[in-house]
Design a binder for this molecule. Structure first.
Ligand code: FRU
Length: 491
């Protein structure tokens, strides 16, 4: 199909499903979603001429995975978003089965997209090319075609180029699988962005002192933060270990020192970025204020994916909120981007409560569809503190066990299921609740739990309980929805 045909079909799909999608009570109020169909990875994150660009993997035609487009949003402030026409459409021979994930860079006033052309050949075998597209205005892109094919020793699971420039040299890290079925992050470099040299793996399963860490690494991202070199990767094929690696696929990071000349990367252990159910394929960029900002897919390909109730209404999945990364010691902290304060409906807090030393502490907040709740714990003299959210989620801190747990009802059979992490002390919680998502930042971003959940839309209560004395301040803000924000902008 030609580019024009595919674009027309996609626009038709948006229009035909507009009412169905927007009437879904689970449609999120302040998160980026596809207008219809399936969204997965954030791609091409960049601030270009002052404007933030978020591209995303998009299947407009189904709520399952398929030949992906690059959908496109822009924003001047990370809060008001404009839906732009799709940037890449899978119409050329080398990308016919999807314009897969990638990244964006600016050079001499132009915006370049690097992505993976995914192709199934006549024998049904996967073929993978790294491709480039260029734009002057950041909206319309000219494809320049494939420029890297898979080097010897690797399978066609070779994708997701992340490109950056350092000391006049362009670098590209790619997610790869060796013929021995080991996940790796491999490096290419170039002087002119056209001719690329393969520099080999910089990290991988059974490399640099690591044990087995999966059969494929997706979506690598290498950047410098606090004078250390951070490598994000999304490995597939890691077995669960205690409270770790509980999801089907993982996303996490290494901290270390990378030598661009030798491509040697000395790094520490792999640490998970998020402890919730729905977080995958994160990507970062440095904005014009020098902040390292991360978006991730608030979803994952697992056995629950096809049970999400929004499928009946023509859409599935979303992206996380933007988060600023900070390195404290050897740990990445994630903080909600400061701009998100502008989502508050009123400047003053909507509800504030102080819990004192009563024997049995409990409190119930008034109901809202989208809200931000801050809890500051001054002292906990209780074994267990619990926050029950709507009729679905439970957050629990067990002081003696030093364990924080998020429990939700499974999409498949509504049975309770949980994710936990060790936490020596609980000081602060920031909870972003949307119509069907939660992002919980513990102790200023030391740990984060990101999850979708599908509660009774008419049961919006949030209830605090503790089996002992708790000294805490609870604050709550109602949040605006995107559409409201857009209207406010017009005024
Ligand atoms: C990660 C991923 C990428 C790939 C894209 C396809 O979720 O599998 O490796 O490029 O999604 O949509």
């Amino acid at each position: 199909m030609t580019q024009q045909d595919l674009l027309q079909r996609a626009f038709k799909e948006i229009l035909e499903n507009e009412t169905l999608v927007s009437n879904d009570p689970y449609r999120l109020q302040y998160h980026l979603m596809a207008p219809v169909g399936l969204i997965n990875d954030p791609n091409g994150l960049i601030q270009f001429n002052g404007v933030y660009h978020v591209f995303y993997q998009w299947n407009p035609f189904e709520t399952s995975h398929g030949a992906k487009f690059w959908g496109h949003y822009t924003s001047k402030d990370l809060v008001h978003w404009v839906l732009q026409p799709p940037a890449l459409v899978p119409c050329e021979w080398y990308e016919k089965n999807g314009c897969y994930s990638g990244s964006a860079v600016e050079d001499e006033g132009k915006l370049y997209l690097f992505y993976t052309g995914n192709l199934k050949n006549e024998d049904g075998e996967r073929v993978s090319h790294q491709c480039i597209a260029v734009s002057k205005d950041g909206i319309h892109f000219d494809k320049k075609g494939p420029f890297i094919s898979v080097p010897k020793g690797y399978t066609p699971h070779f994708r997701d180029p992340k490109v950056w420039k350092s000391n006049d040299i362009w670098y590209m890290v790619i997610g790869a699988q060796t013929e021995r079925k080991e996940g790796q992050a491999v490096l290419f470099s170039s002087k002119n962005m056209i001719d690329w040299q393969f520099k080999g793996p910089m990290a991988g399963s059974n490399m640099n002192g690591l044990g087995d860490l999966g059969y494929m690494w997706e979506c690598p991202d290498l950047f410098n933060l606090g004078n250390r070199d951070v490598l994000l990767v999304s490995p597939q094929g890691i077995e669960a270990q205690g409270y770790h690696y509980q999801n089907l696929f993982q996303s996490g990071y290494f901290i270390g020192e990378w030598n661009p000349e030798t491509n040697v990367y000395q790094h520490g252990d792999f640490t998970e970025l998020d402890r919730g159910f729905d977080f995958y394929a994160p990507q970062t960029f440095e904005d014009e204020n020098g902040r390292r900002i991360l978006f991730a897919w608030m979803g994952i390909t697992d056995e629950q994916e096809s049970y999400q109730p929004t499928i009946a209404n023509g859409w599935i999945h979303a992206l996380t909120l933007p988060r600023e990364l900070q390195l404290i010691g050897d740990k990445l902290y994630q903080k909600p981007a400061a701009e998100l304060r502008r989502l508050r409906k009123s400047r003053d807090v909507d509800e504030q409560v102080s819990l004192y030393d009563s024997e049995e502490s409990w409190f119930e907040l008034s109901a809202s569809v989208s809200e931000k709740i801050n809890v500051e714990f001054h002292q906990i003299d209780a074994d267990e503190v619990e926050i029950a959210i709507r009729d679905n989620l439970k957050l629990r801190y067990q002081q003696k066990e030093q364990l924080f747990t998020l429990e939700r009802k499974s999409f498949m059979d509504r049975a309770p299921e949980s994710r936990s992490c060790e936490l020596t002390s609980l000081e602060k919680l920031q909870i972003f609740l949307d119509s069907s998502s939660v992002e919980i930042f513990l102790n200023e971003g030391q740990e984060v739990f990101t999850s979708r959940f599908f509660a009774d839309p008419y049961h919006q209560k949030v209830k605090f309980t503790a089996n002992g004395k708790v000294n805490a301040t609870i604050q709550k803000w109602d949040l605006l929805s995107f559409s409201l924000v857009t209207e406010l902008k017009k005024d």
